[in-house]
Write a protein that binds this ligand. Structure first.
Ligand code: NAP
Length: 330
């Protein structure tokens, strides 16, 4: 297939606020060995994109400098050695960067088929959150059916995904969020209880409910000590971001006496091989949850690609619930 040489993209012209995202014309990426080129129809917007835009989350070596960690569309070119896909296949993919563009390139093993019955718009919102939640909550945190799971930021893209996946696994789910309305969204999604962190002592309430076997936290700061108290014996705290800061004063005696585990990870810098492993687990375990209606994308809003600055304003203000997506192709 002959591709055009240049494409529309949104680039970060300097570290800063949403207005540093500007339209540009750049060369269409070329597929190297084992890679595919996708004509993107939609791209998901995630908080790490905003961190990258602000200069706080640099792309890993070799990745596109353009923002955008996930998208969905049609495979339009195959690099040497590709076996998993054919031109014309509809896929959604975890991208190393470069999703705010008409075309993106990724390793063939990081793309998944668009789930049966789902449109490209919803599918574009799956990879970043599903890979992050599955790898941290299940592979790292070892959440099992019947265990208690607490997620902070329950109405975030990550939170809405984590609540549904944990529930579908058979866990008892608890969540925190910043308003009573958001807490209602969390219980509607399957949380047994959701606590407004502005008015409720969630750490105490989690302990009263027996303590959490796994906590997924993106807040950090003052939450770290309170998370430790909220864990059940042998509990696991998995840290995926530090919205309130990465430093805390912690009594580690509790970690020792109650056999707690504190861990965490970031998805983007991990090896192609590790991301491929996560992709296979997501396809094996999460795609069937989607097929049986146990997991749906909670959609907040959509914008055109050139409205990416507005999408970033939206994700950085408290109003949104669920995922924000960019429309790239009509
Ligand atoms: N480690 C990784 O690989 C990885 C991958 C993807 C995302 N992440 C991180 O996961 C988080 C969620 O990502 P997302 O894309 O789903 O973003 P998002 O939808 O913007 O979610 C951010 C959430 O954080 C909550 N929040 C913000 N400030 C808070 C505070 N001071 N105290 C308590 N809650 C606060 C907000 O909830 P309220 O409005 O209810 O306050 C909001 O729901 C981000 O921090 C992102 O960087 C990490």
């Amino acid at each position: 297939m002959t591709l055009s040489h240049s494409m529309l993209a949104m680039e970060i012209v300097a570290p800063g606020g949403p207005d540093v995202l500007k339209p540009c014309s750049v060369p269409v990426p070329v597929a190297s060995h084992g890679q595919i080129v996708i004509r993107l129809a939609w791209a998901g917007v995630n908080r790490p994109d905003a961190l990258q835009r602000a200069g706080a989350y640099a792309p890993p070596p070799g990745a596109s400098a353009l923002p955008g960690l996930e998208g969905a569309g049609t495979v339009v070119d195959l690099g040497p050695g590709v076996t998993r896909w054919e031109i014309g296949d509809k896929v959604c993919a975890l991208l190393p960067g470069g999703g705010y563009a008409e075309y993106a390139v990724c390793h063939e093993s990081h793309a998944l088929p668009v789930p049966e019955g789902m449109g490209l718009r919803e599918a574009a919102c799956l990879p970043e959150t599903c890979f992050t939640v599955w790898s941290n909550v299940v592979m790292r945190g070892q959440l099992k059916a019947g265990q208690r799971f607490l997620v902070h930021g329950g109405t975030s893209g990550i939170g809405t995904t984590a609540i549904q996946i944990a529930k579908a696994l058979g866990a008892r789910v608890f969540a925190t969020a910043g308003s009573d309305e958001k807490c209602k969204v969390c219980t509607d999604l399957g949380a047994e209880e959701a606590w407004n962190y502005r008015t409720r002592d969630w750490s105490h309430l989690m302990r009263k409910a027996g303590g959490a076997d796994v906590i997924l936290d993106m807040v950090g700061g003052g939450y770290i000590e309170r998370n430790i108290k909220a864990l059940a014996d042998d509990g696991r705290l998995v840290q995926i971001a530090f919205l309130q800061g990465a430093r805390a004063e912690v009594n580690f005696a509790e970690v020792m006496m109650r056999r707690l585990t504190i861990t965490g990870s970031t998805l983007r810098p991990q090896s192609d091989l590790m991301k491929a492993r996560i992709a296979r687990e997501v396809e094996t375990h999460v795609w069937p949850m989607i097929a049986r209606g146990a997991f749906k994308v909670v959609m907040d809003s959509e914008y055109r690609l050139d409205q990416a600055p507005t999408a970033h304003w939206r994700i950085e203000t408290p109003g949104h619930v669920g995922k924000i997506v960019l429309k790239i192709e009509d």
